[in-house]
Write a protein that binds this ligand. Structure first.
Ligand code: NIG
Ligand code: FE
Length: 425
């Protein structure tokens, strides 16, 4: 029976994986998924109002006006939070991928004017409605993987006009698409050709002309920077991020991705919301991040695609860093929005347990975008975002390597994806 908008009961889940919590989890807490067997969740007007054993939750509850999903033999989890992507871009770089297969490195391609610069050219040319169409299709694909909230970065404009265009299009996509979008200003993603001999002048331009507009028009919640040898130094990154903080944005850092530059230490110093990549982060930097409560957002698909060593997830978790996992979906270093692929890589190659990976893609992903109070777990008061697997346990996510095990997706109490055959029993 169809219910009132945003009203739904999911009952008799073999495993209700609540991931219960309202803040980032670290250390051993990352292994506690708060599983309820034969569990149920009630969502009313888009928000969770009851969670527990099916018998307890539904005792004396009047289900009229509610759609009902019978989740027998299925696992139910919070909607996934993909907390690091560059999903809005024009053009593709398939050819570059083939050059990398022949041995050219990502940074070599970038230093020859390819890489991010080529996507900037295509994104500048793209009209807003073309970006809308591309973005919509990509969000559809993410939603089918169970992603109910995504972080999206600008950074393929590198000038006020195109950076604003990217952020505006993401705002418009947020308004029309079920997937919620948290926007990040990444104007400092690459040094434009014209500033190549004076990158400081580009930082000055971003600080003086672009960031104030972004902050004033509330086009982004976060400011990020590609802090990397040959891109932006630690000092340049610090200058930009301090300005962003002064304008009321929270900050993130693309840190220690290709080289050990001190990005992790900078993130700790500025109390960034997250430091991301961290393939080459120093042990001291990791310790400082743990101390400062910075979320370590790890992107296994990028290490895989670039054939770089994986980030030391085990050290980070053992040192007390809250770890999040995300896809880094972008046209260059990781052209993949596959959530199950990231689960497989994190568990097989980064030493993370399936439980830690689930925490990293839910409540810790939410914490990486400052929304752990609103999403990322099945707790009373949170948004009614859930995924239902075709299998009885979350263990199938990494085990079913790279293949989508999500059968249904519920966003704000509405079924927005249903991949079931319709044949039951
Ligand atoms: O997260 N490192 C910088 N930015 C992206 C790649 C963007 C691109 O290649 O287009 C990343 O890997
Ligand atoms: Fe990235």
């Amino acid at each position: 029976m169809p219910g009132v908008k945003g009203n739904i009961i999911i009952r008799n889940a073999a495993e209700l994986v609540t991931c219960s919590g309202f803040e980032a989890k670290k250390g051993r807490a990352m292994s506690d998924l708060g599983i309820i067997r034969d569990g149920a969740v009630v969502i009313e007007k888009g928000f969770i109002t009851r969670v527990g054993k099916t018998d307890d939750v539904l005792a004396g509850f009047n289900p009229s006006g509610f759609a009902v999903i019978d989740a027998s033999d299925k696992a139910v989890l919070p909607g996934f939070v993909d907390s690091h992507t560059h999903f809005l871009f024009g053009g593709f770089r398939a050819e570059e991928f083939s050059w990398r297969l022949k041995g050219m490195s990502y940074m070599e391609i970038m230093s020859r004017g390819g890489g991010i610069a080529s996507t900037v050219e295509a994104t500048r040319k793209a009209r807003p409605h073309e970006l809308m169409t591309l973005g919509r299709r990509r969000l559809d694909s993410m939603l089918a993987f169970g992603v109910t909230t995504v972080e999206g970065k600008s950074g393929y404009g590198l000038d006020a006009q195109c950076e604003v265009k990217q952020l505006e299009v993401m705002g418009n996509l947020d308004a029309i698409h079920p997937v919620d979008i948290a926007r990040t200003f990444l104007g400092a993603h690459a040094v434009p050709e014209a500033c190549r001999h004076n990158p400081d002048s580009f930082i000055d331009y971003l600080m003086g002309e672009v960031l104030p507009t972004v902050a004033e028009r509330k086009l982004a919640e976060f400011c990020d920077v590609f802090c990397e040898k040959g891109v932006f130094s630690v000092d340049q990154s610090r200058r930009l991020l301090q300005k962003a903080l002064s304008l009321g944005l929270e900050v993130k850092v693309h840190a220690d991705e290709m080289t050990q530059l001190g990005g992790a230490e900078l993130a700790a110093e500025l109390k960034a919301l997250s430091a991301d990549h961290l393939l080459h982060a120093s042990h001291e930097g990791i310790r400082q991040m743990a101390e400062a409560g910075v979320v370590a957002t790890l992107l296994p698909g990028t290490a895989f695609s670039l054939k770089e060593p994986y980030a030391p997830a085990r050290v980070m978790i053992d040192e007390g860093c809250p770890v999040a996992l995300a896809t880094d979906f972008n046209p260059g270093s990781c052209f993949s929005e596959s959530v199950p692929l990231m689960f497989a890589l994190a568990t097989l190659y980064m030493g993370m347990t399936p439980e830690e990976a689930v925490t990293a893609f839910t409540i810790n992903g939410a914490a990486a975008i400052g929304r752990a109070d609103r999403i990322g777990s099945l707790d009373v008061g949170k948004m009614g975002d859930a995924v239902l697997l075709e299998f009885p346990s979350y263990l199938f996510i990494p085990y079913h390597i790279g293949v989508n095990s999500v059968e249904k997706v519920v966003k704000k109490g509405e079924i927005v994806i249903d991949r079931s055959s319709g044949i039951e029993g």
